[in-house]
Design a protein around this ligand. Structure first.
Ligand SMILES: Nc1nc2c(c(=O)[nH]1)N[C@H]1C(S)=C(S)[C@@H](COP(=O)(O)OP(=O)(O)OC[C@H]3O[C@@H](n4cnc5c(N)ncnc54)[C@H](O)[C@@H]3O)O[C@H]1N2
Ligand code: MOO
Ligand SMILES: [Mg+2]
Length: 409
């Protein structure tokens, strides 16, 4: 049985980030991973412009003015944003200007409107600017044309999409999305919409995994429920591996008579890298690499909580690394204070699900109510973090610090 740390290392080492590139239009680029550096032929700002509504002036004209010593200037034109100036400012002159408008030649400083009094075609400046260039946003101050604007390997969110739009990048090169197939193994399973006969179990894992993937920005190929019949399972798994970069199944990975997954992976030529892990829940986690197909198989345990906890702990970083993210794909742990006492972990690293909150700048963890069983998915609702209890820990008292795996925060 591997330790959690060793299993993580083996799994993540087996992941080769995707490199294939595709083009998407800007409105479709949200959530995608940038494949190549983006440069712009434009400086940012594109030209000297005003940061305030006020007057464009020559600093030397107003360097010494004050309320009891105002400086009168002649207003020679009005420049709105989007409108190029027509005149060149001479000494003793000002131009009415608005935020974002181009600074006219001859001017070097902006005086904000609040420090002026307008009198017809003249303006009185009541306060001298702090420095030459005050409230001028100079061309190229934020970014110089031709240098990298966005680096590859980043996920495109609202901020990056704004940058791309401003740089007029309409077609973006992104890394293709991972292909992930999911299947639920188990002859006892029925879909949520089917009537339940005695002894049957509703296939919640398929839905949980599809939602888990969707939250990572991946649309899963849902292969449905596959019965515990070796021939049928083998055929489904073979096809899934041919199509996908990653195949996730649940169930059939323990030691029962109907637990066929590991044997099938070996028959299909997979290199089984993980067979069991000292983690609770999730001990029978199985992972295999199919080098020729360039695909990975995760056989997650069938118990609903075991399936999700192992997905959060191992599959999530693997998929984020696969997606081409250059950083931030590793699992995120923070130090937190537990509100309630947590149990001992004699032999397996134990994950206790619950909720994390920030209070006065600190993380606080509240474990879920109800019973902690890998078969109880009811108290999994609203989980956004898992407390990690290290192997050999006698338990963690209320008010003590612990390490927390952040899920979505
Ligand atoms: N003798 C032993 N028995 C078990 C061991 C062990 O070490 N020795 N390990 C236990 C642990 S820990 C886990 S976790 C489970 C994992 O079992 P499998 O991965 O083989 O899963 P199944 O046997 O197929 O199912 C277990 C349980 O989960 C339910 N299930 C399965 N699929 C779904 C689904 N898609 N949606 C909802 N629920 C599902 C299934 O009906 C069973 O109740 O093994 C222990 N046994
Ligand atoms: O590891 Mo199992 O997931 O304890 O029930
Ligand atoms: Mg089983």
């Amino acid at each position: 049985m591997l330790s959690v740390a060793d299993a993580e290392r083996i799994i993540l080492a087996a992941v080769a980030p995707l490199t294939e590139v595709e083009g998407v239009h800007l409105p479709d680029a949200t959530g995608r991973i940038l494949a190549t550096a983006v440069k712009s032929q434009l400086d940012f700002p594109h030209w000297d412009n005003s940061a305030m509504d006020g007057y464009a002036v020559r600093f030397e004209d107003v360097a010494d003015c004050a309320e009891d010593n105002p400086q009168a200037l002649e207003v020679i034109e009005e420049i709105a944003a989007g409108q190029p100036p027509e005149k060149t400012l001479q000494s003793g002159q000002a131009a009415r200007i608005f935020t974002g408008a181009m600074v006219p030649s001859g001017a070097d400083t902006i005086v904000m409107q609040e420090n002026t009094i307008r009198e017809g075609d003249r303006v009185q400046v009541l306060k001298s600017p702090k420095a030459l260039g005050e409230f001028v946003r100079h061309r190229g101050r934020f970014y110089q044309a031709g240098t990298p604007l966005l680096n590859p390997g980043i996920r495109l969110g609202a901020a990056e999409i704004a940058v791309l739009a401003a740089a007029q990048c309409n077609l973006i090169k992104v890394i293709r999305q991972p292909r992930v197939a999911i299947l639920s193994t188990g002859s006892e399973l029925v879909a949520p919409e089917q009537p339940l006969k005695p002894g049957q179990i509703v296939d919640s894992n398929q839905y949980a995994l599809a939602a888990f993937l969707e939250q990572l920005g991946i649309e899963a190929l849902r292969l449905g429920i596959v019965a515990d019949e070796p021939q049928v399972l083998r055929q489904n798994i073979r096809e899934a591996l041919q199509w996908g970069d990653v195949v996730l199944s649940t169930g059939g990975v323990s030691v029962g008579d109907y637990d066929y997954i590991e044997g099938i992976l070996q028959e299909l030529g997979g290199e089984v890298l993980v067979q069991s892990v000292a983690i609770k829940p999730g001990k029978p986690l199985t992972m295999a690499r199919f080098a020729k197909l360039r695909s990975l198989y995760f056989g997650l345990p069938g118990n609903p909580v075991s399936a999700l906890v192992t997905a959060w702990r191992f599959v999530q970083p693997a998929l984020l690394k696969l997606s081409g993210l250059s950083q931030g794909w590793q699992p995120q742990f923070v130090e937190a204070i537990t509100e309630l006492a947590l149990p001992a972990a004699p032999s397996r690293e134990t994950y206790i699900w619950g909720q994390v909150k920030i209070h006065e700048g600190r993380f606080y963890f509240n474990c879920a109510g109800g019973s902690f069983s890998s078969g109880n998915l009811v108290n999994l609702a609203q989980t956004n973090a898992c407390a990690v209890i290290p192997v050999g820990s006698p338990g963690i008292a209320a008010g003590e610090r612990l390490s927390l795996l952040l899920l979505s925060f």
